[in-house]
Design a protein around this ligand. Structure first.
Ligand SMILES: [Zn+2]
Length: 110
């Protein structure tokens, strides 16, 4: 039996600052390199730095583990069909990350 409605989606954990205070520049850098890390696109030096940070930063480690798991789930699902909305959401997250550096002035809708 196939239904098109899958009910409420689990939103999962968003990467949010831990109230205990690890929202340091180091953490922001670590998170921003998360995707490169998972893609194996970091140099040894950077990976070492990240590993060292994850050793003492539980919240970043959690984020990395969550992202790694998410990727496995996506890869598995992609074998069947590509979850377009999820891919688009991920793409948007990546765009937002890179948009922080530039000033993107979106056309205002009035
Ligand atoms: Zn951290």
């Amino acid at each position: 039996m196939v239904t098109s409605e899958t009910g409420p989606e689990h939103k999962g954990h968003e990467i949010e600052p831990d109230p205990r205070g690890p929202s340091t520049p180091e953490c922001r850098e670590a998170i921003s390199q998360l995707y490169f890390f998972l893609d194996g696109e970091l140099t040894d030096e950077r990976r070492h730095k990240l590993q060292a940070h994850l050793d003492h930063c539980g919240s970043c480690l959690e984020a990395f583990e969550f992202e790694a798991e998410l990727r496995m789930v996506i890869a598995e699902r992609a074998r069947d069909r590509v979850p377009t909305s999820l891919r688009e959401r991920l793409a948007m997250v990546l765009l937002e990350e890179s948009a922080k550096d530039r000033h993107v002035s979106d056309a205002r809708q009035e």
